[in-house]
Design a binder for this molecule. Structure first.
Ligand code: HEC
Length: 184
């Protein structure tokens, strides 16, 4: 029954197309060709295992927290992304790369040690905020990555860890060097 109704709708729609009908088939073939050609576009992977500037080289990072962030954050916020099989399918990969690139522009744990103290401190503040407000990890990510769904207790331990790092930095640096100013 349902099928008949939608079939009717389709016929009506098809009727509206009138003389445009002759473009439908070439358009579909065109789309298909673009989709097929797109599969040949294979961008480089974000896969470097260089840990020399990792956050853990300048701040204490317990294994338990590292593991949580490995599951929930590093795919978009480090130089070592674990790619799912469907990353081989375009345009899915383009969409994934968009998140990885944008995520790393904002926060990259692999190169964290390179940043100025004030930037590092600010990023820790942002981590507390983003994890507390459940903005991170991204919903589209936890939808497909069950192990990245953080429980309240897990969120708390990431927040507590980031706050401990901020305290560590406060003890290491003069207060005004942790204030983020525009590079001038
Ligand atoms: C699927 C990719 C993805 C995952 C997984 C992810 N993020 Fe993000 N993150 C992004 C993107 C994209 C942005 C920038 C756009 C935005 O703010 O929404 C961002 C922004 C941020 C920012 C803001 C940085 C700034 O200075 O503005 C913080 C902090 C952050 N993420 C922390 C985390 C933490 C902590 C986790 C793990 C619990 C995590 N993210 C997991 C993609 C991701």
């Amino acid at each position: 029954m349902k099928f008949e109704i939608s079939n009717l709708k389709f016929e009506k729609f098809w009727g509206y197309l009138g003389p445009m009908k002759k473009y439908v088939r070439p358009l579909l073939y065109g789309l298909l060709a673009v989709l097929v050609l797109l599969q040949f576009y294979r961008p480089a992977r974000n896969e470097s295992n260089d840990q020399s500037q990792h956050l853990s080289t300048v701040l204490p990072l317990p294994d338990s927290v590292n593991q949580l962030m490995q599951a929930a954050c590093y795919d978009c916020h480090s130089n070592l992304t674990r790619y799912p099989w469907y990353a081989e399918v375009q345009p899915v990969r383009l969409w994934l790369d968009l998140h990885v690139n944008e995520g790393n522009q904002h926060l990259n744990f692999s190169t964290f040690a390179k940043r100025r103290a004030a930037v590092r401190y600010h990023k820790l503040e942002e981590i507390v905020e983003m994890v507390d407000e459940k903005e991170m990890p991204l919903g589209s990510y936890t939808w497909t990555h069950a192990d990245a769904r953080l429980s309240d207790a897990q969120r708390k331990s990431i927040i507590k860890w980031a706050q401990t790092c901020m305290d560590t930095m406060k003890a290491q640096y003069p207060a005004d060097s942790l204030v983020l100013r525009r590079k001038g």
